[in-house]
Design a protein around this ligand. Sequence first.
Ligand code: NCD
Length: 308
Amino acid sequence: MSLSVKHLLGIKDLTPEDIDLILRTADNFKDVLQRPIKKVPTLRDTTIVNLFYENSTRTRISFELAEKRLSADTINFTASGSSVSKGETLIDTVNNILSMKVDMVVMRHSASGAPHFLAQHINASIVNAGDGINEHPTQALLDAFSIREKLGDLKGKKVALFGDIMHSRVALSNIYLLTKMGAEVIVCGPPTLIPKHIEKLGVKVSYDVRKTLEWCDVANVLRIQLERQNKPLFSTLREYSLYYGINKAMLDSLKKEIIIMHPGPINRGVELNSDVADSKNSIILDQVQNGVAVRMAVLYLLAGKKEE
Ligand code: NCD
């Protein structure tokens, strides 16, 4: 069994079989991570560069840990403090790093399509760790892994994505993944933060948080991506929180238990109140833990493509 792709640029390019293979491989790595010695020699001969042109806490640490648990050699590059400020291009930077015998590139960039562009110019496998407002494939995979762990199969599950759908790469990757795997998806947020014609991706749109909470099995709550909004799309964060924020009283009024997810970083008191983020319904820290196993699976499967 192997992936149909050489790079992980987005969920858009994956088949349901690819997604299933990654999730099942991650099950095995999750077992490895529960052992006293959480390390396997699988990528002992592989060198991976983590190329981060944009801020990151979880994703960056998660990739680095995944690489270390697989015994790969890793190097970390951050744009700030590098020769990017001296005018070096992306391709030059990457080719210089690759000439030192680096095998794989994990990359986060604020420009949508940056890893796709790079993939046309280099031979090494690329893993997209988030490109602008486009995709964040490993986040959607770890979200799917976490839902599957709690609820079993993804097929027929009702997942609601709340918040800034327009600027969220997590939303787009989740939409591709969940619809490919047969889940039902509703996106919910203020009309100004929901792209026109998004229904064409196979999702429904709602502007009513309460009704959507009543409908769903899983609520994946997203951050307002203020850094990507160049003009105001709602009046104030206070108002957003009033109409679209999720609090414990809302969860308590539902006739059922739902799962609360968030990719982080949380803006507490804006999209999610602390009494929800820290409640028993929340699997936010499980998502983070599962991220390492899922990224191990992706790196392992892509490294295998090299030999084909
Ligand atoms: C997300 C991102 O960077 O796209 N965070 C993450 O990777 N866990 C979501 C966000 O920044 O809101």
